[in-house]
Design a protein around this ligand. Structure first.
Ligand code: GTP
Ligand code: MG
Length: 442
């Protein structure tokens, strides 16, 4: 396949023509519900539902109540028990809640049964997250990735996603109008073949992007790569801006960032270092989304160092750290060197600031917003990245090219031109030590 062919394939899936609609979310009020399993504490399930409420809020839904049912296994055909659902249906009518949001992914049969047997319009946590991603997607790459996750979610369900008001018409149109639909057809049914076709096209579009990134990556082989990772809303973009003055969008909402942005990071050596801001993680992140966002998350897999940013002002920060590490493992980046950075210390009472250092002795405390302890952070990054060692070197004058290389890759602390050569004191990374092996002074 030559270049033009590939370009053609990218053209083929045109998101503008495919209508990247704002979602039409007709339901604005909801009840939340979750199963509390044996061994799960009251506090855990409350925190998890609070997070779902925050997701709902970001998606533009007002939460009117939440309910939990204690059971060890979800009911196979309806997720919750029958009595619980009957009562819920009644309460929802009373409170005029239009939607039920379940805190886990429902399988297609469960969702259908809840809707049909209990007259409850139901969506799950995954659909809420997908709708937020849909609304926040700006670039072509993000849109393709979101679209892929949506299609994969839809495929076994054959029903429209929440807010995708007119999607079945869009699907028929983009397939060249091959599907003939009855004009008055009210029941929404999405043809599996059309979804498969779209999945193929979107996947090709993403593959082209991945390939392009791969090429870029190869040209950057020598560059050291640092990636900002963390729970959504931890302050990654704020720190990214503080370090690079890039002006990335910062917002107090979940999933403000969907695209990764990379910038040169200035350290004390002129060795090229690139810093990347990425999409935030969340617990129970839909599996399809992680898979779809592989192209965006390539930077994470490829990083020499991860800056794991944590919102210290949120009391659940320890849990978030675990969740982020779980996603990193899923991405194959569990073993990448990590620097734990506890952010938002300005929002934490001074008395509490030292507590986490017992559990996380290597962590660094900063405030990205107020640019506090940023220079310490840069020093730590440099030390971790290069594992710098102080060395004394004596170079004969015919090794002038090595001297200029040292100026690029090391921190020069002292340089003297003597009668028979150049005397240098340098900070150099362990990886670059071999350059000066033969000229070291002990
Ligand atoms: N008090 C305080 N707030 C901060 C600090 N750093 C960031 N914030 C706020 O936290 C919110 C989220 O910041 P972002 O930088 O958008 O967070 P993010 O991790 O990029 O979030 P996503 O892109 O949604 O995953 C914003 O309201 C920031 O102003 C800090 O050091 N102190
Ligand atoms: Mg961000």
């Amino acid at each position: 396949m030559n270049y033009e062919d590939k370009d053609y394939l990218v053209e083929e899936y045109d998101l503008e023509q495919e209508n990247w609609d704002e979602l039409e979310k007709t339901e604005k009020t909801a009840f939340l519900a979750a199963i509390v399993r044996q061994g799960e504490s009251e506090a855990e399930s409350k925190a998890s539902l609070d997070e779902l409420a925050r997701l709902a809020d970001t998606a533009g839904i007002e939460v009117l109540g939440h309910y939990t049912q204690k059971r060890n296994q979800p009911e196979r055909s309806t997720y919750f028990g029958k009595g619980f659902l009957e009562e819920l249906s009644h309460k929802m009518r009373q409170a005029q809640a239009e939607l039920l949001i379940v805190n886990e992914e429902l399988n297609p049969i469960q969702a259908r049964n809840i809707e049909n047997n209990f007259s409850i319009r139901v969506i799950d946590r995954t659909e809420v997250i997908l709708s937020i991603f849909h609304d926040h997607a700006r670039t072509r790459e993000a849109k393709l990735q979101v679209r892929l996750a949506e299609l994969q979610y839809q495929y076994p369900r054959l029903r429209k996603l929440w807010g995708h008001f007119d999607k079945e018409r869009g699907a028929a149109r983009s397939a060249g109008g091959t599907a003939t639909r009855g004009m008055g057809e009210k029941q929404i049914e999405i043809d599996k073949r059309l979804i498969r076709e779209q999945i193929r096209k979107v996947t090709r579009g993403i593959a082209a992007i991945t390939q392009h990134k791969e090429t870029q990556r190869k040209t950057r082989e020598k560059t050291r790569k640092i990636c900002l990772v963390g729970y959504t809303n931890a302050g990654k973009s704020t720190l990214f801006n503080a370090l690079t003055e890039a002006g990335v969008l910062v917002e107090d909402r979940l999933f403000a960032t969907l695209d990764s942005t990379s910038r040169q990071l200035k350290l004390s050596t002129s060795y090229p270092v690139v810093l990347t801001d990425t999409v935030g993680f969340i617990s129970k992140l839909p599996h399809h989304l992680v898979a779809s966002f592989r192209a965006t998350l390539m930077e994470v897999q490829d990083a020499d160092l991860l800056l794991h940013l944590v919102d210290l002002s949120d009391e659940r920060f320890g849990y978030y750290i675990e969740q982020v590490n779980a996603v990193l493992n899923e991405l194959g980046a569990g073993e990448t060197p990590q620097l734990l950075v506890l952010n938002k210390i300005d929002a934490v009472d001074e008395g509490f600031q030292n507590l986490p250092s017992k559990k996380y002795p290597d962590a660094l405390l900063i405030s990205a917003l107020h640019k506090e302890h940023i220079s310490e952070l840069l020093e730590r990054i440099e030390a971790q990245l290069f594992q710098n060692e102080a060395c004394k070197v004596f170079l004969p004058y015919d090794k002038g090219s090595l001297a200029s290389l040292l100026h690029e890759i090391a921190v020069i602390q002292k340089e003297e031109y003597r009668a028979d050569g150049i005397y240098l004191e340098v900070l150099i990374s362990s990886g670059d030590r071999h350059h000066i092996q033969d000229y070291l002074l002990t």
